[in-house]
Design a protein around this ligand. Structure first.
Ligand SMILES: Cc1cc2nc3c(=O)[nH]c(=O)nc-3n(C[C@H](O)[C@H](O)[C@H](O)COP(=O)(O)O)c2cc1C
Ligand code: SF4
Length: 543
């Protein structure tokens, strides 16, 4: 069924065992004491899960390029020792791993940042210093040195990060490159920075070393590249010696959602497809590819030669092996909520995953078989109750789950009806399959009574009965026109034309979306692009 996805990709001198790349994610493990030991276990688990190729989170080639002060960089022999832990662990599992080299340019959160021109990013407090020609020359050498060190640390290759508005992208786009020397001005000059990096890296590292270039195919900002420029850059990148071109979508300062849950699945695969006939180097499609079916469709449609899945490997390290073994209904699908991954990263916390708290915590959170099986009752079949029931059953306990309603899922059943939040249904599907796999005794339409709980002689009773909407204490609250969000989202009441919503938090906002949106984005990429003003004809620079 997954013929394309599970077929190897031949790079001539090496083969990648399947078409799935685990996309780069900086998790902040790289920065904490003992973090490399943890990262080694984290990556090894994904390699054991049979992913074709892993790319690490971004590592800076020098101090100025770091994400934040003291953030991870690869500049000397001390770094090599740390990274060897990762490469050994991945190779021991039969995996292939490339290190991403990322220089943040004007996006770094520290005072030493540099950029082609001294223009402050709208999303940063710090203003960059303009790079001198010597700085540029030294930085290119730093990239090459970083790649050499990565090879010494055992990496099979590097990914050179050229998208998302970071330093290389800042050189390429007119928006951020106002230089008048031979690193600025016309497009040929502006793309010299990335092509020099690739050429010199290839020359220094020889043939048998993977070089991936992450190319911004869609800047989504004013003053970004035109389509002709994207094509020209891709051809130059190929000529310079890259083995694979990965896709980058949108600068961080772009105002268009590119990975949030309301972005339809495979919403940007069309842009990779647009480039497909222009170059012969294999291309990688990215963003919101979260199930094997979607990945297979992309490959079968000829959009790309590989697919990158980043967050889906936080939510499930075994995504590929489950696909290989025909167990795709057991995949814990990434719902693109960003709550425990990206949100944590930007708060400088360790990344994790809302639906898989083991992500990046593989050495500290393990579900080991119990030596003392117990009889457990779980009251409430929402996400918390299902998660508890699943984990305790897989550890060997005998579990009964009581749910007073007719179905499992709790508040996720409300979330999944909000336009753009359809993905929440996947978590319910996952847990339902876990309930049956681990033989949890699920009692629907059964409100647990004290008598049930006592008569059945449970050793433990877990209350996971969730939240109840707060009733408001204002005059008129008992008027027949006043209804709760639960009744609205469950379609239990007729809603008139004019509605006032009291409460402008997440629920109030979602209810508004539910009431005003007539577009469900499922499979509706065109309406999404139209609504957000993304021009797939690429009439203007940056699309
Ligand atoms: C926590 C987190 C950290 C990320 N760090 C990087 C990074 O260091 N370098 C990079 O190129 N992309 C990074 N990304 C972006 C991902 O590579 C990817 O483009 C994005 O998550 C969309 O793909 P997905 O829908 O498969 O997750 C990060 C994403 C997340 C969620
Ligand atoms: S926290 Fe949400 S977006 Fe991030 S990996 Fe988990 S499910 Fe996906």
């Amino acid at each position: 069924m997954y013929k394309q996805l599970l077929s190897p990709l031949d790079l001539g001198w090496t083969k990648i065992k399947n078409r799935v790349l685990m996309g780069s994610m900086h998790t902040n493990l790289e920065e904490i004491p003992g973090g490399f030991e943890r990262a080694a276990v984290y990556y090894a688990e994904r390699a054991r899960g049979q992913v074709g190729l892993i790319v690490t989170g971004g590592i800076s080639p020098n101090e100025e390029g770091c994400v934040a002060a003291q953030a991870a960089k690869m500049t000397g022999s001390v770094d090599i020792e740390h990274h060897r832990l990762i490469t050994k662990a991945v190779h021991d599992e039969g995996g292939i791993i490339c290190m991403q080299i990322l220089h943040t340019g004007r996006y770094g959160y520290h005072p030493k940042i540099v950029a082609p021109s001294p223009i402050q990013a709208p999303i940063n407090f710090f203003k960059p210093k303009e790079m001198s020609e010597e700085d540029i020359e030294r930085t290119i050498k730093d990239y090459v040195n970083c790649a050499l060190l990565a090879k010494e640390a055992g990496y099979d290759g590097v990914e050179i990060m050229g998208s998302e508005g970071y330093l290389i992208n800042q050189f390429i786009a007119k928006r951020t490159n106002h230089r008048t020397d031979h690193w600025g001005g016309n497009y040929e000059n502006r793309i010299k920075f990335p092509t020099e990096i690739i050429q010199r890296t290839r020359a220094a590292l020889g043939k048998n070393f993977i070089i991936i270039y992450r190319l911004s195919m869609l800047d989504l900002v004013e003053g970004g590249s035109t389509w002709q420029e994207v094509v020209q850059l891709a051809k130059e990148v190929e000529k310079a010696g890259a083995d694979l071109i990965n896709t980058g979508i949108g600068w961080h300062e772009a105002r268009i959602p590119t990975i949030a849950t309301m972005v339809p699945r495979k919403a940007f695969a069309w842009v990779t497809k647009k480039l497909k006939s222009e170059v012969s180097v294999p291309l990688i499609a990215v963003n919101r590819i979260n199930t094997p079916d979607v990945a297979e469709e992309i490959l079968a449609d000829g959009c790309a030669d590989m697919v990158s899945m980043a967050r889906p490997f936080l939510s499930d390290p075994d995504l590929v092996i489950k696909t290989i073994e025909g167990r795709s209904e057991e995949i814990n699908t990434c719902i693109a909520c960003n709550q425990a991954c990206l949100d944590h990263t930007f708060q400088l916390k360790i990344s994790s995953c809302l639906v898989n708290p083991r992500a990046c915590h593989e050495t500290v959170l393990n579900y080991v078989p119990t030596q003392h099986p117990k009889k457990i009752a779980v009251v409430g079949g929402g996400p918390a109750g299902m998660a508890f029931a699943h984990i305790s059953a897989l550890r060997g306990h005998e579990v009964t789950l009581y749910e007073s309603g007719p179905k499992l899922g709790g508040q996720f059943n409300l979330a999944k009806v909000i336009p753009g939040k359809e993905e929440y249904a996947e978590t319910i599907r996952y847990y339902e399959s876990m309930m049956s796999k681990y033989k949890v005794n699920v009692c629907l339409n059964q409100k647990a009574t004290g008598k049930d709980l006592i008569d059945n002689k449970y050793d433990e009773i877990i209350l996971a009965n969730g939240v109840h909407p707060r009733s408001i204490d204002i005059e008129g609250a008992d008027h027949p026109k006043v209804v709760s969000y639960v009744e609205v989202l469950q379609n239990k009441v007729n809603i008139g034309k004019s509605v006032a919503i009291i409460g402008a938090g997440g629920i109030g906002f979602d209810v508004a979306e539910f009431l005003v949106h007539d577009t469900h984005y499922d499979d509706d990429i065109r309406s999404f692009l139209l609504e957000w003003g993304v021009d797939d004809k690429y009439t203007d620079p940056g699309a």
